[in-house]
Design a protein around this ligand. Structure first.
Ligand SMILES: [Fe+2]
Ligand SMILES: [Fe+2]
Length: 132
């Protein structure tokens, strides 16, 4: 996993790793043209992981008084909405349009954790007790 995803809090980093793996599994399933119900199943798993992870991360941001919390929460909301749309799009074989459209819609997944960079920097600078 790319180091930029590391927050320095073990529990959150473990969640990031799992999300990264499941997002990769979604991309692999789409690329290998797996049956759409299999893709849907993995997207549902990703959605549940994200929902839980974002709630945990938002608690941590409140605890450490992260100044950009509102912006960060907005990104979480938008990501959840996007994955929710993917969930709906993968419900039926042609639910979200043709395969090429769907592949494009999934293309943001490898970057799903990139927005945590600022939070990682804040924790490293202000909460050394958490850090490495
Ligand atoms: Fe985040
Ligand atoms: Fe995160």
């Amino acid at each position: 996993m790319d180091i930029e995803y590391s927050i320095g809090i073990d529990e959150i980093d473990a969640q990031h790793l799992e999300i990264h793996e499941v997002a990769k599994a979604v991309i692999d399933a789409v690329e290998s043209k797996d049956k759409w119900h299999l893709v849907h199943y993995i997207v549902v798993r990703l959605y549940e992981l994200l929902r839980f992870h974002f709630a945990v991360e938002e608690s941590v941001m409140r605890i450490v008084k992260f100044p950009d919390i509102e912006d960060h929460k907005r990104v979480h909301r938008e990501l959840l909405q996007t994955v929710e749309r993917l969930k709906a799009a993968t419900l039926s074989p042609r639910g979200g349009g043709d395969e090429e459209t769907l592949t494009k819609q999934f293309s943001f997944l490898p970057h799903i954790l990139g927005h945590d960079k600022k939070l990682a920097e804040y924790i490293a600078a202000n909460m050394p007790a958490f850090g490495r």
